[in-house]
Design a protein around this ligand. Structure first.
Ligand SMILES: Cc1cc2nc3c(=O)[nH]c(=O)nc-3n(C[C@H](O)[C@H](O)[C@H](O)COP(=O)(O)O)c2cc1C
Ligand code: SF4
Length: 652
């Protein structure tokens, strides 16, 4: 497969970009450029691995905020110091620019004030789930911000970056000015589009001045606001009209278009529930309306999708964030004719969510090396030996892959006929096909790395001892958990795994299905989605007040929208205490009051899993050293398993 459009150069203002791929902002979450020296090194190292893209729109830098003393801003990027006035700004951005320029890749820096913190055009909410009323900016404060943006842009030019991008979307303070939904001002900064654009254009004038003719100025633009009252693509004040006005100003060299809010369906980081590049056609009228280059970002999942958009003429360039988190060598592999070797992103958004909901540092579910490139930790093993991995789920496959790539002779035993463990059943849920692509990729990878995979192979202590490996890794996974509820053993109670794999046929479930959720992430919602799609009338109960507390706002909206369309009823703060034929007794976890739900034809348990660590225990009893990891250690999500697998594999 060739990609003739993808690898064509592109002229953006004064800069020639070597291909049509722009990497939009995301790496400050992978490892911040503004943290410790090590974090900054990792940030730069992350990009250094990805210079096959012509353009890194990489540095997302917050503008200093203006606050009354003692006010504590909250939300994304909440801080009052900003990044442009940090003593290390010039040095770190300068070093990044240098690294990228060596490979003929350009660098633009995004200026952002997402969430307002607390500023807005008016004291109006931008959506129904973010209930923080903004402070209405005064004219004096507007002047102060214009000067602050001007200072930031001067720093960008001084650092040697190639340009600046103004963040005019994703609930930025400036989108609040642009949008008729949130801008209700009656002064010169409100009213029609001219008024609503006045503040952004004053800033853009300063950015242009700071960049001069030699560097570039761009705008990140939302193509369509989802909330009623927001702007659309076409029509008065819509994206097409905004794009024309931006071009006419003479300040702007490119438009980087996206879709989605920070919380809705879709979010601007669209989950696996959405088709690749689902809204890219919305960019086409903008591309047609202006002569400056226009790009689209949003689940451009690989080179084939990118090539298609470019060939269709929808846009002049494409943005890819998560696809290159998952595989930093994506473009190299595409260019060298090895696209099947590209590690696919599964779209579960752990990259953005983990930090927010779990409080854990960045990790990618499929690529635990992402963000650690600068450590150069994955070196050939000093003493290659034999490694036996027992269990072929995500943890076992990853540890086997890395160990073999480091030079060990690796054998993987899997009890069932297929690799993948619980991920394979999870892949049966609607819109989860990317999991299957990932499993397919892992199997190919293990083959390429020379791992001997033996399926339908049950490990016993004797078999492990007879094998005589230098190191044994036990990644035997977990089994679905059945909570202690009276009646849980009745024949109409099933696990979600049995339902998803088809072990329990749809007609066995009957019409009314109750999903019992005791798992704080996506699985209960996914099995409810699966059931609704097959025509069942689904009720889901969970003990937590709201659904899936560990699913972040960047994904939750998409699955909740699907469940609502499928007629699924969600109830919080309820736990089943008694399952009977035809009905279930539910107890309110706070008040203790009980109620009966009926009719219930079947009950589906989505209650997590319990570790399957018996082999490890037996090996230890025999004095055999074995490492335990993944769900067999403690059942969590794939991202936890692959991260542990990497850490262990580097010690082998
Ligand atoms: C971890 C992470 C951090 C992000 N941070 C920013 C940001 O600071 N500014 C921005 O405009 N977009 C940000 N985004 C959105 C991406 O630039 C991109 O628009 C989004 O991920 C959809 O593209 P993709 O499907 O190629 O990942 C971020 C995305 C991720 C995954
Ligand atoms: S964490 Fe998930 S969504 Fe993010 S890049 Fe990795 S695979 Fe893709």
């Amino acid at each position: 497969m060739t990609f003739p459009h993808l690898f064509r150069p592109l002229q953006i203002g004064s800069r020639t970009v070597k291909n049509r791929v722009m990497l939009p902002p995301h790496a400050h979450v992978v490892s911040t450029l503004w943290g410790t020296d090590l974090e900054a090194e990792r940030h730069i190292g992350y990009w250094a691995e990805r210079t096959s893209a012509g353009w890194v729109d990489g540095v997302s830098a917050h503008v200093r905020n203006s606050l009354v003393p003692g006010f504590e801003p909250t939300g994304v990027g909440a801080q009052s110091d900003g990044h442009f006035r940090q003593p290390y700004f010039l040095d770190r951005v300068g070093r990044l620019a240098e690294v990228l320029h060596r490979d003929d890749t350009i660098l633009t820096v995004q200026m952002i004030l997402q969430g307002g913190m607390p500023h807005g055009a008016s004291s109006v909410l931008s959506g129904p789930v973010v209930n923080q009323v903004p402070h209405t900016l005064t004219r004096e404060e507007i002047d102060w911000f214009v000067a602050e943006y001007a200072h930031g842009a001067e720093q960008i030019a001084l650092a040697g970056a190639d340009g600046v991008e103004l963040h005019l979307n994703h609930d930025d303070m400036l989108e609040y000015f642009l949008s008729p939904l949130t801008n209700r001002r009656e002064d010169e900064y409100g009213g029609n589009l001219d008024g609503r654009l006045r503040f952004p254009l004053r800033i853009l004038a300063e950015l242009r001045r700071a960049m001069g003719p030699d560097r570039i100025v761009g705008v990140r633009l939302n193509l369509r606001e989802e909330e009623p009252g927001g702007y659309d693509v076409e029509g008065a004040g819509g994206a097409v009209e905004i794009a024309r006005a931006l071009e006419a100003s003479g300040y702007v060299d490119y438009l980087s278009c996206a879709i989605g809010s920070p919380w809705g369906d879709p979010s601007y980081i669209q989950s696996q529930h959405h088709r690749p590049a689902e809204w890219s056609d919305l960019a086409a009228p903008v591309t047609a309306a202006v002569s400056i280059p226009v790009g689209y970002t949003g689940r451009v999942t690989g080179p084939a999708v990118a090539e298609e958009l470019l060939a269709a003429g929808h846009v002049d360039f494409v943005g890819m964030a998560r696809a290159v988190i998952a595989d930093g060598k994506l473009l190299v592999k595409a260019q060298e004719g090895r696209p099947e070797e590209i590690r696919p992103c599964v779209g579960g958004n752990e990259c953005i969510s983990r930090r927010i909901v779990d409080g854990t540092p960045f990790s990618c579910a499929v690529n635990p090396e992402a963000g650690r490139e600068a450590d150069h930790a994955q070196q050939p093993a000093k003493h290659p030996g034999t490694v036996l991995v027992v269990g072929g789920g995500p943890a076992g496959m990853e540890v086997a892959g890395i160990a073999a790539e480091r030079g060990h002779r690796v054998t993987l035993w899997e009890q069932s006929e297929t690799l993948g463990g619980q991920l394979r059943s999870a892949a049966q849920a609607p819109r989860h096909e990317d999991y299957l692509s990932f499993l397919e990729w892992q199997e190919h990878r293990l083959r390429r790395a020379g791992v001997t995979v033996e399926k339908s192979r049950t490990a016993t202590v004797d078999a492990v001892l007879a094998f005589g490996a230098d190191r044994v890794v036990v990644a035997t996974g977990a089994t679905p958990r059945r909570p202690e509820i009276t009646g849980v053993e009745l024949p109409h109670v099933h696990t979600s795994v049995a339902v998803l794999t088809g072990e329990v046929a749809a007609d066995e479930l009957g019409e009314h299905v109750l999903v019992v959720a005791q798992d704080d992430h996506l699985p209960p919602l996914s099995v409810a989605d699966f059931l609704a799609e097959r025509g069942h009338r689904v009720t889901l109960v969970q003990g937590t007040p709201g659904p899936a507390p560990l699913v972040s706002r960047y994904l939750l909206g998409s699955i909740l929208a699907r469940l609502d369309r499928g007629g699924v009823a969600l109830h919080g703060s309820l736990q089943p205490t008694l399952i009977e034929s035809g009905q279930v007794t539910l107890r309110h976890v706070y008040s203790g009051a009980e109620r009966t739900l009926s009719p219930v034809d079947s009950v589906v348990l989505s209650c997590g899993a319990v570790p399957h660590s018996a082999l490890h225990d037996q090996l230890r009893e025999q004095g055999v050293r074995a490492d335990l990891l993944g769900d067999a250690y403690a059942p969590r999500r794939m991202v936890f398993a692959t991260k542990q697998a990497r850490e262990l594999a580097l010690t082998l």
